[in-house]
Design a protein around this ligand. Structure first.
Ligand SMILES: Cc1cc2nc3c(=O)[nH]c(=O)nc-3n(C[C@H](O)[C@H](O)[C@H](O)COP(=O)(O)OP(=O)(O)OC[C@H]3O[C@@H](n4cnc5c(N)ncnc54)[C@H](O)[C@@H]3O)c2cc1C
Length: 433
């Protein structure tokens, strides 16, 4: 039996290099990101991407048989914890969402032609992609309600529908669109995925929806969440990704590892907020002492440390289960970390912001931006409530109602049973009285 929390020295060295590289080369870019624009950012990170490639750390997320490095989810998770400290870092390492998840689907389900046309340039960073599933008028939590339709037309398909929150849609070269192709099939087998180049007639990218994270109107930047209509979009038969009706299965396969990556990135953000909170506590003086000496602030620091440690161990454990037993076995663990990790991120950032008072609320610190994006973590990739439901359902499968609905631990019942079982001892003790 092995039970080991250490990281092997070679990989630890890589992690340390990544941490130093991200802090030295990427954190400074965050402050001028809006000034750089899409083109300027691409220019600024190109030489960094070369360094990452030279170090063998570019697009490491795929298994080796699919062109990646076979690092496994635990190592990838540790990497994402480092990269998560900055929203720009994943771009420099070729594993930014949604391209990373989309490349996983293409690698898993793509035909050799689809891989050559879409996956190879995606991994090289020459193309960008978006995943287009959520619709404004149906519940994204229950994708069996999807209304976007793909209807066979000769050798190809015609897609009609309305999507939104297709992240990076306005800068993507192609979209992976989830559409109902077999409306008569069982709900979980009704949808298929299609690769749709953005320039296909009928694809209309209406806007990037302003959000808490980007409250202002903008279009065509990294991280925009696009609203898109598909109006009689005709695609050839080769656009079908995976088998007909396999959309949900593929989406689940994409989301499992993706959620682990998200949770580890959130821990990177939480750690950065935590460091700011502790630093502030050392010098801000109020009511006779620095904040570090106030019990409430000490509680926040201790609670945050405990919660981050718990979330980290839970996430790495989920990654380990995925590596050792497969994605299916890790389903409950992944659902646990999705809602727990999002809460930890939110709470740590919230406390750090509070400790900074008005400075925390201002845009002079990154805390308010972290807070706004932390709020989204409780919604995307499935809202908290759905993951809690999954966890509870799996747990409850291991329970059944007790006979005659008497609780198993009912003391009077147990006492009666124990008296019967140990009657000979009780009788002897009573006889001695
Ligand atoms: C920042 C961000 C990025 C995103 N990126 C993408 C993307 O790239 N591609 C894409 O397709 N989508 C994307 N989404 C959409 C996201 O996946 C959906 O928002 C999510 O699945 C929830 O769907 P919905 O918004 O339709 O909410 P609904 O499904 O309408 O749910 C609303 C609320 O109802 C409650 N609820 C739902 N089900 C239950 C339940 N079973 N029990 C109790 N309460 C419940 C929850 O509180 C939930 O928050 C993104 C969203 C965000 C915020």
């Amino acid at each position: 039996m092995s039970w080991d929390f250490s990281t092997d020295p070679d990989y630890q060295e890589q992690l340390e290099w990544m941490a130093e590289f991200v802090r030295r080369e990427i954190w400074p870019l965050e402050t001028i990101w809006p000034e750089l624009g899409l083109e300027g950012l691409d220019k600024a990170i190109a030489p960094l991407q070369d360094q990452v490639k030279a170090r063998g750390l570019w697009a490491t997320h795929l298994p080796p048989e699919l062109g990646g490095q076979g690092m496994g989810q635990v190592r990838l998770g540790l990497m994402h914890e480092v990269l998560g400290t900055s929203p720009i870092a994943p771009l420099a390492f070729g594993n930014a969402a949604p391209d990373s998840g989309n490349s996983e689907i293409l690698a898993m389900a793509g035909t050799p032609e689809q891989k050559e046309r879409w996956l190879t340039p995606l991994l090289a960073g020459d193309l960008r992609s978006a995943f287009s599933m959520t619709e404004p008028h149906t519940s994204g939590s229950d994708p069996t309600q999807l209304q976007t339709r793909a209807v066979r037309d000769g050798d190809g398909w015609v897609i009609d529908g309305h999507k939104w929150f297709s992240s990076n849609g306005s800068i993507a070269d192609f979209l992976i669109v989830m559409a109902v192709s077999s409306p008569e099939a069982r709900p979980s087998q009704r949808a298929s995925m299609f690769i749709v180049p953005v320039e296909t007639p009928g694809v209309e990218i209406l806007r990037d929806v302003p959000t808490m994270e980007h409250p202002w109107e903008q279009f065509g930047g990294y991280g925009g969440h696009s609203e898109i209509t598909y109006n009689s979009v005709r695609v050839p038969g080769e656009a079908l990704l995976g088998g007909e009706g396999e959309g949900f299965v593929l989406a689940q396969q994409r989301l499992g590892p993706g959620r682990i990556h998200h949770c580890m990135r959130w821990l990177g953000v939480a750690r950065r907020a935590f460091d700011m909170m502790c630093e502030r506590a050392t010098y801000r003086y109020a009511h006779g002492s620095v904040l570090a000496q106030k019990q409430t602030v000490q509680n926040w620091i201790a609670d945050s440390a405990a919660e981050m440690q718990a979330a980290r161990l839970m996430t790495l454990h989920a990654a380990w289960v995925m590596d050792t037993e497969g994605a299916r076995a890790a389903r409950t663990d992944v659902a646990l970390i999705k809602f727990y990790g999002a809460k930890v991120l939110h709470d740590v950032v919230d406390r750090a912001l509070q400790v900074h008072g008005s400075l925390g609320y201002s845009t002079d610190l990154p805390l308010e931006q972290m807070y706004r994006s932390a709020r989204a973590a409780r919604i995307y990739d499935g809202p908290d409530e759905v993951h809690r439901q999954t966890v509870a359902r799996h747990i409850l499968n291991g329970y059944q109602a007790p006979a005659a609905e008497v609780p198993s631990e009912h003391l009077p019942t147990r006492r009666e049973q124990a008296r019967e079982r140990f009657a000979h001892i009780l009788d002897a003790v009573t006889a001695n009285d």
